[in-house]
Design a protein around this ligand. Structure first.
Ligand code: S3P
Length: 447
């Protein structure tokens, strides 16, 4: 991806209102999982609506390196011929997972219960991110890891030939850690259980069940117990990936902020473990309607219709964080235009995303004339009461796609526009973001 000398600055200029319909790309979480489960299933997996962003293309390449045939049929349609659980081949070279934490962590889970040697690396952002949260439980299952300090990438994994099932209580709410353990549990005899203090996105569970795995979910006093029965035969079945609610969040908030806007986003995933942002926007007074609610491939979807209007500040409860963990940067932008103060708590995990998002959001808002208070795991944003924010600054994005997109949305609702230092990383999750926003009337483009 981009380096210091190949940065791609983008600017968003003041825009009156957005209008029209736009199809946002496929869900990133589902896309990684569809490819990985295609690798582990026997036979041909057809996927439609796959997100063809850089993060997911890294997963496709890794699946190939582990022995799957992975073919791009065009327009989001892909075909995977899997190796079956236990049937992976040892990768001949280092697996480079680029910017993607999901790709790296879920793959470590798969590798942990296959007797293979593999080395994973990633870009400068991913190499800073903690991997101990997956290597620790996977070690308990019998895998061995050698990495840099804090278990960071590049990391060597020696998968176990006789993996042991574990019962593991997640120390942090993380769907990636839960999924890594469940994926390791696939090639492990017996029952593997993950206990989550707060429920996190359940795409792995839904998709595994759809392929024939046995997964039991029980809500108990100490949290949600997710139990997988090991060594199932996964039968290849087609996946249809829904549009990503985390990507839809950017045009949705832009429309909600700009008075007079009316935007429709068809077929967006409405899995309740992903929709915390939309719930919060509704509490802020945003006009959001869920039209034609239906199911696509075992996931709920709806056409989102968003209208612009005044927003008010709210307090977001910390227990909502797992269902909107990727959406705080764009929520903070909405809060900057709201009437009153918005309080966000329980945000410690934001510090270990593609960047330290808590700091990146606070600095970017301050630079553009928004008053904020950053705590160790909280953010308070003082809204402008509906007036355009001053803007005028260049925001440091720290190799983080969501920081770039969030501040471009702020620029639309500013007086002087906002520039982001590097928009190249937007392609990791939202290829076509700039033309999609332009199509709705946003004044955004090269700086
Ligand atoms: C993801 C889980 C979340 C999220 C990421 C995708 C997933 O990460 O931030 O973008 O697909 O499981 P954590 O598990 O670190 O919370």
């Amino acid at each position: 991806m981009s380096h210091a000398d190949r940065k791609m600055p983008l600017t968003a200029r003041p825009t009156e209102a957005l209008a029209g319909e736009a199809r946002v790309p496929g869900d990133k979480s589902q896309s990684h999982r569809a490819l990985m489960l295609g690798l582990l299933a026997v036979g041909e997996t057809r996927i439609e609506g796959l997100l063809e962003g850089d993060d997911v293309l890294r997963t496709a390449a890794a699946c190939r390196a582990l022995g799957a045939e992975v073919e791009n049929l065009g327009e989001g349609r892909w075909r995977v011929f899997g190796r079956g659980i236990g049937g992976l081949t040892e990768p001949a070279d280092v697996l480079d997972m680029g910017n993607s934490g999901t790709a790296a962590r879920l793959l470590l889970g798969i590798l942990a219960s296959h007797p293979l040697y593999a080395v994973l690396t990633g870009d400068a952002s991913l190499r800073k991110r903690p991997m101990g949260r997956v290597s620790e439980p996977l070690q308990l299952m019998g895998a061995r890891f050698h990495g840099r300090q804090g278990g960071r990438l590049p990391l060597t994994v020696l998968g176990s030939s006789r993996p042991l099932p574990i019962t593991y209580r997640l120390p942090v709410a993380s769907a990636q850690v839960k999924s890594a353990i469940l994926l390791a549990g696939l090639n492990t005899a017996g029952e593997t259980t993950v206990i989550e203090p707060e429920p996190t996105r359940d795409h792995s569970e839904r998709m595994l069940r759809y392929l024939g795995a046995e997964i039991a979910v029980a809500d108990r006093e100490d949290g949600r117990h997710v139990t997988l029965t090991g060594q199932p035969e996964l039968t290849a079945r087609p996946f249809s990936v829904t549009a990503d609610p985390s990507s839809a969040a950017f045009p949705a908030v832009a429309a909600a902020l700009l008075q007079g806007s009316g935007v429709r986003l068809p077929s967006v995933g409405t899995n309740p473990l992903r929709t915390g942002l939309y719930q919060t926007l509704a509490e802020m007074g945003a006009g959001i309607a869920y039209e034609n609610p239906r199911e696509v491939g075992g996931e709920p979807v709806a056409d989102l219709a968003i209208t612009g209007g005044p927003l008010r500040g709210v307090t977001v409860p910390p227990e909502r964080a797992p269902s909107m963990i990727d959406e705080y940067p764009i929520l903070a932008v909405a809060a900057a235009l709201a009437d009153g103060t918005t309080v966000m708590q329980g945000l410690a995990e934001l510090r270990v995303k593609e960047s330290d998002r808590l700091a990146a959001v606070a600095r970017g808002l301050e630079a553009n004339g928004v008053r904020v208070e950053e705590g160790p795991d909280s953010l308070v944003v003082h809204g402008s009461g509906g007036r355009r924010v001053p803007g005028g600054a260049v925001v440091q994005t720290h190799m983080d796609h969501r920081i770039a997109m969030a501040f471009l949305v702020l620029g639309l609702a500013s007086e002087q526009g906002v520039t982001v230092d590097d928009g190249a990383f937007i392609d990791t999750s939202f290829p076509g973001f700039v033309p999609l926003m332009q199509g709705l009337g946003a004044k955004v483009g090269p700086a």
